[in-house]
Design a protein around this ligand. Structure first.
Ligand code: ZN
Length: 308
C-alpha cells in the first residue's frame, strides 16, 4: 500500500539533483601521486612518465577508482555547486524520522581514461527512492543516485551509481535502567563455586590426591596432575594481596571508580573479587577483609569482600 509519503518521494525519481558539481582542480599529477602513495598503488602508468608513454595509454592516466577525488569538496568544505535537490530529499527523509545514513553500494563504469588536464564535473540524478524496507539496522528507504562524470567539453568519462540507506535509528535503551551484571561463563569445572555463592558459601577447589587448594577452578591439579578433587568451605577471611581501581572503560552494570582486589584467603589461596564498603582511595595492600555474598538477581550471587 502506498502512502502520501511514498507519493511525495516518487516525485523525486528521475529528476536532476542539481549541479553541475565542478571539481576544484583539473586532474593533476601531484594529486595522482598522493593518492597512489596513500593507497600503495605503484602502477607506473599512473606515476612514471616514460613507462606510461610506452604503454597502451601513451601517457600518464589517473587511477580510475580515484574518480570521486576530482570533484570532492575537501576537508575544508567549499560551498556545494550542486546536489540541492538531493539535499532537499534527505531533509524530507530526516523530517520523517529516517535520520541515520549508511552507504550500501557503489558501482562505477568508466568510459575513458582520465588524464592530467581533464577538468571533471558531475551531474547527479535521483534514480529511485524505495518504499520502506526492514533491514538489520532498522526500517529505512534506499536512495539511489546516478552520477555522471563529464570532462570540460561535456563529454562523459564515467557513470557511477551510489546507493544509501536512510533509516530510523533504533530507540536508545532507557539510561535510567541499569543493565544486569555480566554473567560468568559457567562450566562443569566451576559450577560448584557459583552454586556455593548462591548458598552463601565460599567454596575452594581442593586436590583429592595432594590436598593443595586451587583457584580459579580447573580440572587438573597443577601440582600432582590428579583429576580428583573436592572442595572446602573457606572461612572468608583474608587480606588484600593486590588491587586495581578501575575508572575506564565504564561498563554500565558497575559503579565507578571500581576497586577490584586479589584477595589472599587465610586458607592460602587467592581469588579476584570486588572490594565493597570502602572509599576506593582507602584500599591498601594488606587490608584485612571478610567475604560477604552480593545477590544481583535470581541467577547471580557473587562473593565480594568488605574491610573488617
Ligand atoms: Zn594435587
Amino acid at each position: 500500500m502506498s502512502t502520501d509519503l511514498d507519493q511525495r518521494l516518487k516525485e523525486y525519481e528521475g529528476k536532476e539533483a542539481g549541479g553541475p558539481e565542478v571539481g576544484a582542480d583539473p586532474v593533476n599529477i601531484p594529486m595522482i601521486r598522493h593518492w597512489c602513495e596513500a593507497i600503495g598503488d605503484q602502477n607506473p602508468v599512473y606515476l612514471d612518465e616514460a613507462a606510461a608513454a610506452a604503454s597502451v595509454h601513451g601517457g600518464i592516466i589517473a587511477p580510475p577508482v580515484m574518480l570521486q577525488a576530482w570533484v570532492m569538496r575537501g576537508i575544508k568544505s567549499r560551498p556545494a555547486t550542486g546536489g540541492s535537490l538531493t539535499d532537499e530529499l534527505y531533509r524530507l527523509l530526516d523530517a520523517e524520522g529516517y535520520t541515520s545514513v549508511v552507504a550500501t553500494n557503489c558501482e562505477q563504469e568508466y568510459h575513458r581514461a582520465v588524464r592530467p588536464g581533464d577538468h571533471l564535473s558531475t551531474i547527479a540524478t535521483i534514480e529511485s527512492v524505495s518504499e520502506e524496507k526492514t533491514t538489520a539496522l532498522g526500517v529505512g528507504r534506499f536512495v539511489t543516485n546516478r552520477i555522471r562524470y563529464v570532462d570540460q567539453h561535456g563529454e562523459p568519462v564515467a557513470d557511477t551509481l551510489f546507493r544509501i540507506l536512510k533509516f530510523k535509528p533504533p530507540a536508545k535503551p532507557d539510561a535510567t535502567e541499569r543493565p544486569p551484571r555480566p554473567r560468568p561463563a559457567i562450566t562443569q569445572d566451576n559450577a560448584f563455586f557459583f552454586d556455593g555463592a548462591k548458598a552463601g558459601k565460599l567454596l575452594i577447589q581442593k586436590c583429592a590426591s595432594c590436598g593443595k587448594l586451587r583457584h580459579p577452578p580447573r580440572p587438573v591439579c597443577p601440582h600432582c596432575r590428579s583429576l580428583e578433587w573436592t572442595a572446602i568451605e573457606a572461612a572468608g577471611r583474608g587480606t588484600v594481596y593486590s588491587f586495581v581501581v578501575n575508572h575506564y572503560p565504564q561498563v554500565p552494570a558497575f559503579d565507578y571508580p571500581l576497586p577490584v582486589g586479589l584477595i589472599e584467603l587465610e586458607e592460602g589461596t587467592r581469588l579476584v573479587s570486588d572490594i565493597v564498603g570502602i572509599d576506593p582511595a582507602d584500599v591498601k595492600i594488606g587490608l584485612p577483609v571478610q567475604v560477604e555474598f552480593q545477590r544481583f538477581d535470581d541467577e547471580l550471587t557473587l562473593p565480594v569482600f568488605r574491610p573488617v
